[in-house]
Design a protein around this ligand. Structure first.
Ligand code: SAH
Length: 247
């Protein structure tokens, strides 16, 4: 697997960036590290001359940028999603620092249809809890604790540098596996769990106590492969069948 085809498996996603300059600077940052896939979710002001000015020699990245209306749309075929954030949130999610990416990235890159997304938040307010819960891992760049929020494009630069270093270390003769589940496969599994839990009155729907979010977190943490997902979906379908027969 060549270095550039591994890099093509990586996607950088900026959610609702408000400053066109940050979009350009992010394009430049990723191209400096050999990446090319940039997506924007509902950008406030794009295309804009300031973006192209700040991109310098990375204008091609901006010309090929993909634009979506919401984050879910951009994640459909993602197989691994990292949400970046300077802050920890109410329901703690598996969180990694940029230097802990090594093992996860290596395993993911060894899969054939991998698409690894790095999601970055708004300049003012970052990512919402809901957006962060769509991710498999949260990623924090260690900073001084008293001043932890980086400029958006600087965060993109650091993360893209760390991924580049990782890809440089991957042996080009590594054999690829085919076990990847996409974001959409996982969403179907989460929906299926939720449907069966509701059918058997597993939780009080008036007071769900974030059961669905916790199941979501469990599945994201487990990252079941094709076979395991098949077993879980089959198991849930069997419960549905038994309940249907009874009714
Ligand atoms: N005030 C916002 C920070 C937004 S900075 C907040 O408190 O969430 C814009 C984006 O840059 C963040 O959403 C995140 O994607 C990225 N970022 C900034 N600092 C970071 C850090 N220390 N670790 C990881 N990502 C960071």
């Amino acid at each position: 697997m060549s270095d550039s085809s591994l890099k093509n498996k990586i996607e950088f996603i900026l959610v609702e960036p408000s400053h066109p300059g940050n979009i350009g600077a992010s394009a430049r940052a990723i191209k400096n590290m050999g990446f090319k896939n940039l997506s924007l979710i509902n950008p406030k002001d794009f295309p804009n001359d300031e973006s192209f000015y700040r991109a310098k020699g990375a204008k091609d990245i901006l010309e090929n940028v993909k634009i979506y209306q919401d984050l879910t749309g951009s994640l459909k075929d993602a197989t691994l999603i990292f949400g970046t954030s300077a802050r920890t949130r109410t329901i703690p999610w598996p969180t990694k620092t940029s230097s802990e990416l090594t093992k996860i990235l290596k395993t993911a890159l060894e899969n054939i249809n991998t698409k690894i997304c790095f999601v970055f938040g708004r300049e003012i307010s970052g990512l919402t809890n809901e957006e962060l819960q769509l991710c498999d891992y949260h990623l924090k760049i260690p900073t001084d604790e008293s001043f932890s929020s980086l400029n958006l494009s600087h965060a993109v630069q650091i993360i893209s540098y760390v991924i580049k270093m990782e890809i440089d270390n991957i042996n080009s003769t590594t054999e690829l596996k085919d076990e990847t589940q996409t974001f959409q496969d996982n969403e179907y599994l989460i929906d299926h769990f939720d449907k069966v839990m509701k059918l058997i009155d597993f939780y009080d729907q008036e007071n769900p106590k974030q059961v669905r979010t916790r199941v979501r977190r469990l599945i994201k943490r487990l990252q079941p492969d094709n076979l395991e997902t098949g077993i879980l979906r089959g198991f849930l379908s069997k419960i549905e069948q038994i309940l249907n027969k009874k009714n």
